[in-house]
Design a binder for this molecule. Structure first.
Ligand code: ATP
Length: 254
């Protein structure tokens, strides 16, 4: 990271990019993962590279949903492991969630590397990388259908980040509460999930863990009030309005 000047206006974005490239060199990230990151970056740029007030509202609902779940699982892919392994492990601890490796561009070697990365970041148990424990999610053609019998297969809530719409739809159809972290409020994942946090996973993971700790002592009825009053479609609509306003302002000043 030494080559990134501290005073560079896009320093944080460049540091995040470098983490992903390092993750690719280490065999955690698929080539296609680098491209998926680019789509996210474009939205992050337009959203101001900060956690918005709207995203914070989704984070609160997501934390309540994770605390209410009996078997919450955090689904981890290469990008997430490369970008924020430590923060993901902290969130798992704060929300009593299991961690499971789940990949679109699947390979046993990559699954193992991602599991090791999480273990080095402090995870006690990582699911999804032992063939004997694998089963299939119904209604899905991609490799993402392969899930762990002790994890996503029996989860009532699943947190996904940088997810493709197909699995989000399959999880939702199968009755799981889906919490998504996705910078694109227009994606199928964003629109299918029960709660979508439109924020960079790097920032969202930290805030979500903090929110879980803050809500940990709250009664079940209080947590339910938070999730019941949350409207994902309306929140996504507001995100899109904010993007439209940003673009209008930019067009006026061009
Ligand atoms: P869908 O199938 O849901 O319409 P998609 O085809 O865009 O989505 P992918 O190509 O798998 O799905 O892209 C992953 C998604 O993750 C994209 O919507 C992208 O905006 C988002 N994304 C990329 N990087 C990040 C990040 N660091 N944090 C949060 N979201 C991200």
């Amino acid at each position: 990271m030494d080559h990134i000047p501290k005073n560079h206006p896009r320093a944080e974005s460049l540091r995040i990019r470098q983490r992903l490239v390092d993750g690719y060199d280490d065999g955690l990230v698929a080539r296609e993962g680098l491209i998926a990151h680019g789509r996210g970056e474009a939205f992050d740029y337009i959203l101001g590279e900060r956690t918005t007030r709207l995203a914070q509202r989704s984070i609160k609902a997501a934390a309540a949903a994770l605390l209410l779940a009996r078997n919450p699982v955090i689904s981890v892919n290469g990008n997430l492991a490369a970008l924020c392994a430590r923060q993901t492990v902290r969130l798992a601890a704060a929300s009593h969630s299991s961690l499971e490796v789940n990949l679109f561009y699947d390979s046993p070697a990559r699954r193992r590397k991602i599991a090791s990365k999480l273990e080095s970041a402090g995870a006690k148990r990582v699911l999804g990388h032992r063939r004997a424990d694998q089963t299939e999610l119904p209604g899905l053609g991609s490799q993402r259908r392969i899930v762990d019998k002790r994890g996503i297969a029996m989860a009532d809530a699943v947190l996904v980040a940088l997810e493709d719409g197909d699995r989000t739809q399959a999880l939702a159809k199968d009755g799981r509460r889906v919490i998504a972290i996705d910078l694109n409020p227009l994606s199928r994942t964003a629109r299918t999930a029960d709660i979508t946090i439109v924020d960079n996973a790097v920032r969202a993971m930290v805030r979500l863990a903090a929110q879980c700790i803050e809500l940990a002592g709250k009664k079940e009825s209080g947590l339910r009030r938070i999730t019941d009053s949350y409207d994902n479609a309306a929140t996504l609509g507001s995100h899109i309005e904010e993007i439209a306003k940003y673009l209008e302002r930019a067009a006026r000043n061009a």
